[in-house]
Design a protein around this ligand. Structure first.
Ligand code: AMP
Ligand code: ZN
Length: 493
């Protein structure tokens, strides 16, 4: 973690106009950043009281696709992500473990960063830890007090929502008729309980607290993000994002805090990822229907399968999570990797085919058009799979030429700059996490399909591909016996 954020450079291209769905307007709008060529993004990070679950990572993968796409379109990017390392749950759990909140959260911050690396999530330009920004939060609360937006009660400071006429504009809650002066001390509550919320919480016996100019205590959750976003990104940022559950109260309260203090619009585009579900219910710690990445990896699933699955469903669609969908994702990644390896290893007749150059250009255009359309990853992927299918057919027919390789590889590289699954490094990633890579069992049908693929590779004398498939099967404990008549028998180890 550096101490000052700097912007990352992006590549430059000319392509389809980018449109994002803005929760504030409820519409899909053309994306125009405040400063041409530069995008300032704030993404709400995790509360580090435990390992993040795969539902959390759905939102973090969406944010990674967002940043990778903006960079690929040539924008310079400044993404700031917070780590909420103080809240009710952290205080309780650290006390139960008999350690400081710093010591308690350090472990989960490291785990979060390691999990991110396993999923190829690019590091944001700046990661801000809440407990290192207490002064900024106190100053923001003082600004709000100077402007008449706060009051105190029993040592806590509250935000007076009746004073902010725009309250509810993001989540569209109706505040008319709401009881003024009713307060809520918890950070998380629902729309039916919209109340004056705690900016600063009075200390409780035995709880960690800070001595500050506004008295002893600790910050509420919402002021953390508002203070850090304003500090590093300025009064108005381009994009603010998180999962849909953050719309209310978290983002609503961040708007109330920052706009009341600055008198300016806080964020120009609000992007919210729909939930990852299990049996049609939101994956969450409180329901208990969650899996951490490490649990999935220990069951034999690969980091690339998880990333692919989470990335493949457009972020505004709910994603029902099943082991079968992960297996399907693993198959898709294999197909793409096999294709990239075929491109690199097979020898094709000399020359170039005009049809393939056109095909590649279409794929490139459609891939970009999909992502430009509010990050429609499903459409972008369809463009790539169409190209893979047609190029494979052309190769089988001997119509694919050696000079087509570079053209098609370029499209695959463009794809991988966003999806980041082609590199065959799952085992190494698992090793870094200290997990041995036990592969999941394949069904008979999956084994038969891979054998058929290997036979086709052998027929076209692509021995690199056929060896790869043999190794892949061996990883799953499947042994092949090639007979003289060309048929293949297999058995499980
Ligand atoms: P938290 O650590 O609870 O603050 O959550 C971190 C991020 O994960 C936030 O952006 C949440 O909105 C998001 N999130 C939590 N549960 C899910 C889920 N089931 N599906 C998608 N995103 C989620
Ligand atoms: Zn936040």
């Amino acid at each position: 973690m550096s101490t000052q954020p700097t912007l990352s450079d992006g590549a430059s291209t000319s392509a389809a106009a980018i449109r994002f769905h803005n929760t504030m307007s409820g519409e899909t709008e053309p994306f125009v950043p405040l400063t041409p060529g530069e995008v300032r993004v704030y993404t709400c990070g995790p509360t580090v009281y435990d390992f993040a679950h795969v539902g959390n990572f759905r939102t973090f993968v969406f944010q990674d696709i967002l940043r990778r796409y903006l960079k690929s379109r040539g924008f310079r990017l400044l993404q700031v992500m917070n780590l909420t390392d103080v809240d009710d749950r952290i205080i309780q759990k650290a006390a139960a473990a008999g350690v400081s909140i710093r010591e308690y959260t350090d472990k989960y911050i490291q785990a979060f960063l390691d999990d991110r690396a396993a999923l190829n999530l690019e590091p944001p330009e700046f990661i801000a830890r809440a407990t290192e920004h207490i002064d900024d939060m106190v100053q923001l609360i003082q600004r709000l007090t100077d402007r008449g937006y706060t009051y105190t009660s029993e040592g806590s400071t509250y935000y007076r929502i009746a004073k902010f006429p725009d309250y509810g504009k993001l989540s569209k809650i109706d505040v008319a008729g709401m009881q003024t002066g009713a307060r809520v001390d918890m950070d998380r509550y629902d729309k039916d309980n919209a109340r004056d919320f705690a900016l600063w919480k009075a200390p409780k016996p035995g709880e960690h607290s800070w001595e500050t100019a506004i008295g002893p205590g600790r910050p509420g959750w919402h002021i953390e993000c508002a203070a850090m976003a304003l500090k590093y990104l300025g009064d108005t940022l381009d994009i603010h994002s998180g999962g849909v559950d953050l719309t209310f109260p978290h983002h609503e309260n961040e708007i109330a805090e920052s706009e009341a203090a600055t008198g300016r619009k806080f964020a120009r585009y609000w992007l919210h990822a729909e939930h990852l579900l299990v049996d049609h219910e939101k994956m969450s710690k409180s329901v208990g229907n969650f899996a951490t990445l490490r649990e999935l990896f220990a069951r034999g699933h690969k980091p690339s399968s998880v990333r692919f699955l989470l990335a493949s469903v457009p972020y505004r669609r709910q994603l029902n999570f099943t082991p079968e969908s992960l297996q399907g994702a693993a198959g898709s990644v294999e197909r793409l990797r096999n294709f990239a390896s075929r491109l690199r290893s097979e020898k094709f007749p000399e020359g170039a085919s005009e049809a393939m150059a056109e095909r590649a250009a279409t794929a490139r255009r459609e891939f970009d058009a999909g992502l430009a359309d509010d990050l429609n990853t499903a459409q972008a992927l369809a463009a790539i799979f169409d190209l893979v299918r047609e190029a494979n057919i052309a190769m089988d027919r001997g119509e694919f030429r050696q000079s087509d390789v570079a053209v098609v590889l370029e499209v695959m590289e463009m794809f991988d700059a966003i999806f980041a699954v082609l590199s065959d490094d799952d085992a190494a990633k698992l090793k870094t996490l200290g997990i041995s890579s036990a592969s999941p069992a394949l069904s008979d049908a999956e084994v038969e399909a891979l054998i058929a693929e290997r036979q086709a590779a052998r027929k076209r004398r692509d021995f690199a591909a056929s060896d790869r498939i043999r190794d892949q099967l061996a990883e799953h404990g499947i042994i092949l016996e090639d007979s003289r008549d060309g048929t293949v028998r297999w058995k499980r180890k």
